[in-house]
Design a protein around this ligand. Structure first.
Ligand code: AHR
Length: 318
């Protein structure tokens, strides 16, 4: 009798163990991701990378598109908190104004990962890690390429198409570029305005630059390829040759930029990789497993002058 009771208890324990194990295996990690929008070729590639990597990693992704509005990102983060997701990740449209919602996530004990863009907060315990490019470095690389390419002490008039006002890449790419040019006063930024990272705005602002400055413009520095591509159209419509009459350097290295370089209309693109999906999913899994992450994970990137565009193009992934 005693023995059969023991066997019965053992079988029960085994069944419970198997059931618990099955439950643990079937409970998917849930990641809430708030994306900025779809303003550029870069952003679309970034979204694709995140969706594909989540599917491949078996992570349930709750994806929200903020259509370039900070208020929509805040709403999405609050909704992720209410849904008790395991991890929240987001690419902040602008740098400031995140303290309150990040404190709410912290109180709910939901870890937050920043991807692509940084936030300006006093308390950096409000997020676990920031993975993405070094935008200051990208601005510096654009300037170094330009000065190496022109190699002149004659006056060089530059117009600048900035990214979204208040966004980390717009602030940092401007800073890095200006920092490198500072010791060389013949390089002058004569006009600088936001084109909001879009082709349409890039074209519109370049039209205004051309109207005001005409043939006085030697160089265009665009904070992303999409604005450069929009501006190329404006330059052609104005009757000038982009890439020749006006030297153009931009950031991202999307396929559209390679096509423009092969066509001789863009001179250089500085890489900013949107392929952050795999890295993000690995970080999410590590967090859920209780591992700690470095505070900053920097993406490795290069510079692509037009001379190498045709050779490099077939291997480009975005
Ligand atoms: O934050 C990355 C920037 O955002 C990319 O350079 C730009 O194309 C995008 O919209």
């Amino acid at each position: 009798m005693k023995k059969s009771l023991q066997v019965f208890a053992g079988v029960c324990a085994l069944i419970t163990l198997v059931a618990l194990n099955g439950f643990a295996q079937s409970k998917k990690i849930v990641l809430g991701f708030s994306q900025i929008g779809a303003e550029s070729e870069w952003r679309t590639a970034n979204t694709d990378s995140i969706k594909a990597a989540a599917a491949a990693a078996g992570i349930e992704l709750k994806f929200a598109d903020a259509q370039q509005k900070q208020e929509n990102q805040i709403k999405a983060i609050r909704s992720f908190i209410a849904q008790k997701v395991d991890v929240i990740a987001f690419s902040p449209v602008v740098e400031t104004g995140w303290e309150t919602v990040l404190q709410e996530a912290k109180r709910a004990k939901i870890p937050v990962i920043l991807t692509d863009r940084a936030v300006a907060v006093k308390d950096d315990s409000l997020y676990v890690t920031f993975m993405g490019s070094d935008f200051v470095e990208e601005g510096k690389r654009a300037a170094v390429w330009l000065m190496g390419y022109l190699h002149t002490d004659k006056p060089v008039n530059i117009v600048e198409l900035q990214g979204t006002v208040g966004s980390a890449p717009a602030i940092d790419r401007k800073r890095g570029f200006e920092e490198m040019l500072k010791p060389f006063p013949n390089y002058k930024i004569i006009r600088s305005q936001t084109g909001d990272f879009t082709r349409a705005k890039g074209k519109e602002v370049m039209e205004a630059f051309l109207k005001a400055e005409g043939k006085n413009i030697n160089v265009l520095y665009a904070h992303n390829d999409d604005m450069a591509i929009g501006a190329i159209q404006a330059i052609e419509e104005f009757g000038l040759k982009p890439g020749k009459d006006i030297i153009i350097v931009s950031v991202d290295a999307v396929k559209g930029a390679f096509e423009a370089m092969i066509a001789g209309k863009l001179n250089c693109t500085v890489e900013c990789s949107p392929l952050l999906g795999e890295q993000l999913m690995a970080a999410v899994k590590d967090l859920v497993a209780g591992k700690s992450l470095p505070k900053r994970i920097v993406t490795n990137e290069g510079v692509y002058p037009a001379e190498f565009a045709a050779q490099v193009f077939p291997s480009r992934k975005y």
